[in-house]
Design a protein around this ligand. Structure first.
Ligand code: F3S
Length: 404
């Protein structure tokens, strides 16, 4: 790799041992992936912040780093393993919570911003088209690359930390024009209306595209932010898609020709839609309902509050979101409505990153394809993928009748 004089000084240890070690990680990555140079980045979204993921090894790593230095660029933090302000009331295990808080303290000492969310783009970390960033968390990576048109590879905890400390990433992968072209063309032949519809499309396409770039044409309605949030999470869970294009919608895809060469499209019609839905169909008593994977927007919290007003839930119902969105929900009275119904707004965390398995749930319904994908393997939970309105109905009845 060709390094600037400044980058060479960083690698030589002239800015301290932490910068030297971080630069060493980034240079090693660059050499593995054939990068020719480093790029300056404007911000980082750091994954691996849940103690469930980091464990003691991650905790010690970040604690050591916090003694030695600070972040050079703004670093927002991904979802953690507890509700940071409400963990005792919500029944998170004490020993887990204390380790989690210790990890957060180390990140804060380094100057990280305590967003604790997988939707940093809803709470102020909104990179612009063409901006180079270093993000982790699969759904957020797909969103920032595809919907915002910024550029990131799939960063893990250590590489995100190194990027935050140096303000650099090696120039390879999705930072380069040539790797942002589409590989698989999907022709959408049905009208997609709901977040779940977009999640189902994403789940179907992610399985085929794997780590490559899918391109969607034929989507008739202009998607909402929540539609694209659901799509981003789904393509990144059935596959490992970090970038997709929607012709006429996402910023790098004004036309099909602009993003993909001529090829026979893969059809996504009623049959393909129903095959995905059937994979996640479920009936019977429900003891756990979750919405907010990725974390809910204020519109989603509002919708749940409208549907829950004056009702009582029988199943445990988590509405996962960021603390910032909950603050808005508090002001709007949504939190109170949800609490009176017996449901919970859970901040900072989610069932995948929290020690949820200890609760012994049996059947889950959700409107998230990502959660539906991971829950069966993680906790042997039978899982249904349904609309947000149906999630509320299932929570109220403690039962879901299998309507799709
Ligand atoms: Fe976010 Fe947790 Fe889902 S991090 S995308 S709510 S698995």
């Amino acid at each position: 790799m060709i390094l600037t004089d400044e980058e060479k000084r960083m690698l030589d240890g002239q800015y301290g041992d932490l910068v030297r070690k971080s630069m060493k990680i980034l240079v090693a990555l660059g050499e593995i992936y054939g990068a020719e140079k480093m790029l300056d980045i404007n911000n980082v979204h750091s994954p691996g912040v849940s103690y469930r993921v980091a464990g003691d090894a991650g905790l010690n790593f970040v604690k050591d780093a916090s003694v030695a230095g600070r972040f050079e660029v703004p670093v927002t933090l991904n979802t953690i393993g507890i509700d940071s302000e409400n963990w005792e009331e919500l029944g998170f295990p004490r020993c887990f919570a204390l380790k989690q808080l210790e990890l957060l303290q180390a990140y804060h000492t380094m100057g990280a911003i305590s967003t604790y969310t997988c939707t940093p783009y809803l709470v102020g970390n909104i990179p612009l088209r063409g901006e180079h960033v270093a993000w982790g968390e699969s759904s957020a990576i797909a969103f920032v690359n595809s919907v915002l048109g910024a550029r990131t590879n799939r960063e893990g905890g250590p590489s995100a930390l190194a990027a935050g400390i140096t303000g650099k990433v090696p120039a390879y992968g999705y930072h380069l024009d040539e790797n942002r072209k589409g590989k698989y063309l999907f022709k959408v032949d049905i009208d997609l209306k709901t977040d779940r519809d977009f999640a189902v499309l994403g789940y179907f396409a992610g399985k085929i595209a794997g780590t490559d770039v899918p391109v969607f044409e034929g989507i008739k309605r202009r998607p909402t932010l929540e539609n694209l949030k659901a799509l981003s999470a789904a393509v990144a869970s059935s596959g490992a898609v970090a970038l997709y294009h929607i012709v006429g919608v996402t910023p790098e895809a004004p036309t099909t020709e602009a993003v993909i060469g001529k090829q026979e499209p893969i059809r996504f019609g009623k049959k393909e839609y129903e095959e995905v839905v059937a994979k996640f169909s479920l009936e019977g008593d429900i003891d756990f309902v979750v919405t907010g994977c990725p974390h809910c927007s204020i519109n989603e919290v509002r919708r749940v509050a409208q549907l829950l007003a004056g009702k009582k839930v029988k199943a445990d119902f988590w509405i996962c979101t960021s603390r910032q969105v909950k603050t808005l929900a508090d002001k709007m009275g949504y939190t109170e409505i949800i609490r009176e119904a017996g449901a919970q707004i859970v901040c900072d965390t989610c069932p995948v990153l929290a020690p949820t398995s200890s609760k012994g749930y049996k059947k889950l319904v959700t409107n998230s394809a990502k959660l539906a994908h991971y829950a069966p393997g993680l906790w042997n939970l039978k899982t249904g993928l349904i609309e947000i309105e149906d999630c509320v109905e299932a929570a109220i009845k403690g039962y879901w009748g299998g309507k799709v």
